[in-house]
Design a protein around this ligand. Sequence first.
Ligand code: WT7
Length: 631
Amino acid sequence: MKNKIDSFKKYKDEYKKSVQNPELFWKKQADQFSWEKKWDAVLKWDFNKADVKWFEGGKLNITTNCIDRHLNKNANKTAIKWIPNNTKEDIININYSQLHKQVCKFSNVLKKNNIKIGDRVCIYMPMVPELVIAVLACARIGAIHSVVFAGFSATSLKDRINDASCSLLITSDGGFRGNKIIPLKNISDEAMKETPSIKKCIVLKRTKTTVNMHKDRDVWWHEEMLGASENFNAKTMDSEDPLFILYTSGSTGKPKGILHTIAGYMVYTAYTFKNVFQYDNEDIYWCTADIGWITGHSYVIYGPLLNAATSVMFEGVPSYPHQGRFWEIIEKEKINIFYTAPTAIRALQAKGTKFVTPFDLKSLKVLGTVGEPINDDAWKWYNKHVGNNMCPIVDSWWQTETGGIMISNLAGVTPSRATYATLPLPGIQPCIVDNKGNEINDSNTKGNLCIKFPWPSIARTIYGDHIRFKDTYFKKFKNKYFTGDGALKDKDGMYKITGRVDDVIIVSGHNLGTAEIESAINQHKNICESAVVEFPHKIKGNGIYAFVISRELPKNLDQQKKEINNLISSNIGPIAKADKIQFVEGLPKTRSGKIMRRILRKIASGKTHSLGDTSTLLDSSIVDKIKSNRE
Ligand code: WT7
């Protein structure tokens, strides 16, 4: 992409242009891609109907733009540099020409397995190159990919497959993570007991774990690929055709299948990748996110490949085989741009600098963070011990629903400020509103973060439930997209994100809905009601504190806590566990029956001296009892 923003002045100019004439601004960006036919209209929108369309009428394929477009100049350039979990295994470099062949081959495999435009394909795989190939092959053939993070349980996988009626599941025998092997095929088998829509399952051999291959349904990746042709004409897609579904936790009910469409997502991820990280052609870029999350979709796969970048993909975990693995990789691979999450930074910070100092991190130019607010202490540690006070840190705020980075400094170009996401990207028009929806213009006043105008990669719907989409994001504040986050703005217009204002808890960067956790807990036969809140946790950012009401006081408390945690993990995944569980006689409720989480939050975080107004409580004696038995 041309026209990188390279000065604060240019940022201000671009920002102004993008607000004065958004259509012209984004048209110029879109013009840089390869289209089979240009669009009829740049933008059509109506937030009241939760209806947004970008580049409608345009015809294209995103993989032509991610791969084919680069084959002239960059055929031999590494597209994906894959680093295995096990240090004894070889690194694999896949150049653009090889990526092209593999994606074409796998597109043919998908075709052979009856996948057509618009079909949903679920991908449940470890961080291996074949995951990228599977994703891109779906896009090439016009199928909608739904990647499910390989840390999720069989129940979570099953629910996600059924929600989108996926007809194909792509998985692997297992996945390596540190010294563990996750039996992905076995978990898939468990899920597929109750997924009537699944017709086929393609299994990659990775860990050589013994698996059962189900006749007629299961086929091996390597066998399917054997005779597949290296040519596959990318399907011609409409700008507004769906590209993927990705599930994210909501404040109520089941996870939401966030749906993104092709052209707007393409334009926006490419633009933001280039500008936020100030990517230069020869840079080696590493985003540590798993492809099971939006960060992996937008900034391991699409954004970098659209810019013909070299994107590093890491199979393992930061702590294996030693606590300095990240830093060792940076040294060995001469990483220039490094993008990770505050929870990883805090965990590594806790191990001490002795794991960092042995490594030469001089190749680093830019550092990034994403996923939750970064605390001052972690920011300073990252800046000093990883960046050697020489690398700008981009604190990038965005969401699954926004598709790409929304508020962030541009590395070394716009000012950075510890714990502030800082300024909106060109094209992004945020505002902070009070609970009645009035815009707050006073500096340093906390409110609800909203966006006033559409940007190209805004989610288009929740798969199969447009009403829920409208209600969740566009109903609370008229004519605005509501983010679910709280924020404040300082006198220079810099944004600080203060955290979720809805019932979503971010634990180690993973979004967990309190409702999902509570419904898992309530499956326990001895539990009749529960309430889950967050409390500050040194490493995870937030920990989970569960208040539970039991039918009978359990004889073996620890055993019952274990059972509760097993229920949470088996329903949601191993990432979800209550750090603290307290058995209570009752929960603080208002007269209308609403649990006052505000009070539980204070108790959970130990701020019991100032519970605030408790006058609307039905029975305030409950609060004293809970307080005195705090975990
Ligand atoms: C929520 C979205 C965006 C990709 C990964 C998470 C929080 C994200 C920041 C940041 C403060 C942040 C917000 C947001 N968040 N980045 N830089 N500073 N908070 O995507 O799982 O959809 O979560 O993550 O609360 O709403 P997600």
